[in-house]
Design a protein around this ligand. Structure first.
Ligand SMILES: *Cc1c(COP(=O)(O)O)cnc(C)c1O
Length: 405
């Protein structure tokens, strides 16, 4: 479902990168205690229903303040994106398919009655400048990254009965933090050990007609309490069949041997609006399809050509059946945070099942990481090279306008 709104009156200002106001860090800048892993700068762009987008600003990271009755505080009118900035061995920095995230943010914003129109190229230019400023912070090893959190929320009073569903004031901001995933997931360290999941029947993350396919803050805050100690994440279920939807905040793939000998990569369909349309999920599907069709001789070594990608629901009983008859050949989660991580164990209805490990999963992880860090060229311009920007001097002025795949 797409709700069309948030346009504001005709002629309201668009996001314009050229009107950026930049405030450098003060010479006296010191990193506050406990904030060592945060980026030093943030990007903010206010929005008002009458005038449209206001002046974009990049300046020192700081606290935000809102009216106590702001929509974000009262009714969780907030949505976000999760992206990462990677450094190549040559020292340049990259974003991975940023327009996919910008489009998804528009979709989430639309669902919440927040402004959802802007030119992605203008936003990318602002992003690129923020990233260029933080370039010295971006680490350059496989699995390391500067995590980027674009957030869009309602700052106007959002309680009580409103004339219509739409916010009158909003704020889009981008904050960063180092190395999301490192130390938490084996895949961040390049290891192929599996994680433990707890198949959760008590809390339902998403259901048909709900908001599971949108990246809304409310989808996460309401199910955090589900995670049991000792497990990496919850495995989300839905329906009386105990269909899997996702695990934690990642999409799930199951590798199974089909009766015709093909290796099937099954992931949940996006059709019922329960599953978040992950950029990593979509990218893996494309890579595997290109590999299977022979369209691109892609470095997915060790992965056979007779594979098939299937998008459909899969239930816990079907997984257990696959373990019993040995057709289940592995399972993994994927997302910007974890990249690609093996599932090693699932606890379901009081029993723990061991999922076979599969070296194919690490191959996929290494391929995606290689694309992120510019070491592998998938031929689709997925990796966006951030231009240099020196706000003090004149360097980079000629690179004002950028576009991405
Ligand atoms: C963000 C997210 C994903 C992964 O999406 P990517 O675009 O691959 O990072 C998957 N599931 C949920 C619930 C998410 O929030």
């Amino acid at each position: 479902m797409t709700v069309t709104n948030g346009k504001g009156p005709r002629g309201a200002s668009p996001i314009k990168a050229s009107s950026l106001f930049f405030t450098p860090l003060p010479p006296t800048h010191v990193v506050p205690p406990g904030k060592e892993s945060h980026g030093r700068y943030m990007l903010t762009i206010p929005w008002n229903r009458v005038s449209g987008w206001g002046q974009p600003k990049i300046g020192p990271r700081q606290d935000l303040s809102f009216d106590p009755l702001a929509g974000v505080l009262q009714y969780a009118v907030t949505c976000f994106e999760g992206m990462k900035c990677y450094k190549t061995d040559e020292g340049d920095i990259r974003l991975f398919r940023p327009n996919k995230n910008f489009d998804r943010l528009k979709r989430s914003a639309s669902r919440l009655g927040l402004p959802c129109e802007w030119d992605n190229d203008e936003l990318l230019e602002l992003f690129a400048k923020l990233m260029a400023l933080e370039k010295p912070l971006v680490p350059n090893t496989d699995g390391s990254n500067l995590y980027i959190r674009p957030t869009l929320l309602e700052t106007s009073e959002g309680f009580g009965i409103k004339e219509d569903a739409y916010a009158s004031e909003a704020l889009l901001y981008v904050a960063t933090s180092l190395n999301l995933g490192l130390g938490l997931y084996p895949s961040a360290e390049g290891l192929d050990t599996g994680i433990k999941l707890d198949a959760c029947k008590e809390f339902i993350r998403a259901w048909p007609g709900g908001t599971g396919s949108y990246k809304l803050g409310a989808n996460y805050g309401t199910v955090n309490v589900a995670k049991k100690p000792g497990y990496a994440m919850s495995l989300w279920l839905h329906g009386k069949e105990d269909f899997i939807s996702e695990a934690g905040a990642m999409n799930v793939f199951i590798i199974k041997e089909a009766p015709d000998g093909f290796l099937e990569f099954t992931t949940m369909s996006l059709d019922n609006g329960i599953v978040l349309p992950g950029v990593t999920r979509e990218s893996i599907i494309e890579l595997l399809q290109d590999h299977a069709s022979g369209k691109k001789d892609f470095p997915l070594e060790g992965i056979p050509k007779n594979i098939r990608i299937v998008e459909r629901d899969i239930s816990m009983p079907e997984i257990i059946q696959g373990l019993e008859d040995c057709t289940l050949k592995g399972m993994f989660g994927c997302g910007t945070g974890v990249v690609v991580v093996q599932v090693g164990e699932i606890t379901y209805e009081g029993k723990t099942y061991t999922i076979p490990s599969n070296p194919i999963i690490k191959t996929i992880r290494d391929t995606i990481t290689g694309i992120h860090r510019g070491k592998i060229d998938e031929g689709k311009s997925w990796s966006f090279k951030v231009p240099e920007w020196n706000p003090e001097g004149k360097d980079g002025e000629s690179q004002e306008h950028v576009t991405a795949a």
